[in-house]
Ligand binder design. Structure first.
Ligand code: 3HC
Length: 394
């Protein structure tokens, strides 16, 4: 099936960015949300972004030409009636998504594929609200979609090969790199790893081991991450992280919500969008990179911040949810890490990672189950770079 018209449902942080990349790649896009003012604000943001990209010669067409391919409407019927492919990017609420998919199933042409940008909800249950379960799939983009190269493609129980192939081809046309997630598990690959880093960082701060800036300085200056983890949380929205956490834990992901995140959510300190989160910004929606002193980067051992994420990655690998190279690719292209999570593990040393997990349990008072793969590697002396073999051979 040839895709030429794409409907994007939801014009928030992710939806407007997804609409933008679709239009940049030459597709006709119809963007939908519940209110005109949300759509107008989305178009303003797309315009700003296109102008930036054009200035830097990252797009060839003038912004106005790209914008001419994006139509907006508050009517679902209007945007879906001739769509070949829908990408839904509404809020992370299963009932809302199931309702959209049910309506989309009635409004879109029968051959159209219905995709969700959900980061934590089950594709299978979303599909069950339609009569075209085999044509429902997950296409999970990362913020900002225009700069992050990754899309996680998630197969639900019913997704057929044709749907998978059309979705892969479409994402390639959007110039994205793809990781196929083989099981419809909460948080897929990237958000499970990210959740472990966010939780660890937040619990270290909550337990008085470090300040927000200390953690982010280690990540930025010692591990060369493009953003510290609190920066990322503020950037994507603490409300988003709060909801994702709730959904993931309700579906069996074992984690405790960090009390600081809970408090910030209650106080509506959502990060950049409200002007305050872990950091303070010049105003609501006005992003400015937080200043971090380099000296702060010496206050923490980097392995303790990443240990739980490495443990999670070991679980994903052992369970066959994604391949080793895909998991490494996913964190590099979805989160901008300078190297894969397994490379970090090998460099720290697997024994050090296990010791860091034990220390983290002590600090937080919560038991962490050390993944059997890590325990086995320690037993077999596959400790990483220092023994010439860990997740990789050296
Ligand atoms: N469109 C166009 N340009 C943009 C832009 C956009 N949407 N956003 C930022 N830019 C511009 C900036 O304005 C800046 O322009 P300038 O050079 O003229 O000042 C330029 O891009 C580069 O920005 P930075 O100086 O901040 O440079 P970075 O090198 O840090 O790149 C980044 C930005 C790619 C966002 C990088 O910081 C990064 O990779 N950060 C990690 C982001 C991340 O982890 N995303 C995933 C979040 S989790 C998620 O999405 C999952 C969901 O389910 C929650």
């Amino acid at each position: 099936m040839e895709v030429s018209k794409i409907a994007v449902i939801g014009a928030g942080t992710m939806g407007h960015g997804i609409a933008e990349i679709c239009a940049i790649s030459g597709f006709e896009v119809s963007l939908n949300d519940v209110a005109e003012n949300i759509l107008n604000s989305a178009i303003e943001k797309i315009k700003w972004s296109l102008e930036k990209l054009y200035e830097k010669k990252q797009i060839k067409e003038e912004p106005s030409q790209v914008l001419a391919r994006i139509k907006t409407s508050t009517s679902l019927d209007e945007v879906l009636k001739d769509a070949d492919f829908m990408i839904e990017a509404a809020i992370e609420d299963l009932n809302v998504k199931r309702d959209i998919f049910k309506k989309a199933d009635m409004l879109a042409p029968s051959q159209a594929i219905l995709a969700s940008n959900t980061s934590s909800l089950p594709i299978t249950e979303i599909a069950e609200s339609t009569q075209r379960k085999s044509k429902v799939i997950g296409t999970h983009f990362f913020n900002p979609p225009v700069l992050m190269k990754l899309v996680e493609i998630v197969r639900g129980k019913y997704t057929d090969d044709a749907t998978l192939n059309v979705s892969i081809q479409l994402c390639k046309k959007l110039e994205k790199e793809i990781v196929v997630v083989n099981k419809d598990i909460p948080g897929f690959v990237v958000n499970r790893i990210l959740a472990r880093v966010v939780d660890t960082a937040c619990m270290l701060v909550y337990n008085g081991v470090a300040d927000v800036e200390d953690v982010d300085a280690v990540l930025r200056y010692r591990l060369n991450f493009p953003m510290g983890v609190f920066e990322v949380a503020d950037y994507s929205g603490l409300d988003v992280f709060y909801f994702i956490h709730g959904i993931m834990t309700s579906r069996g992901f074992k984690a405790r919500l960090c009390p600081i995140l809970e408090e910030k959510f209650k106080n509506k300190e959502y990060g950049v969008k409200t002007g305050k989160g872990f950091y303070t910004y010049p105003g609501p929606g006005k992003y400015q990179k937080p200043q971090l002193e380099k000296e702060r980067a010496t206050k923490l051992d980097p392995s303790i911040i990443l240990a739980h994420a490495i443990n999670e990655a070991a679980y994903l690998l052992r369970e066959g949810i994604a391949t080793k190279s895909d998991i490494d690719k996913a964190v590099m292209l979805g989160l901008g890490y300078p190297k894969g999570i397994f490379r970090f593990a090998d460099e720290f040393g697997i024994d050090r990672v296990v010791a860091a997990l034990e220390k983290l349990s002590e600090i937080t008072g919560e038991e962490i189950e050390i993944d059997p793969l890590l325990s086995k590697m320690v037993k077999e002396n596959k400790l990483g770079v220092k023994t010439n073999e860990g997740f990789y051979r050296y």
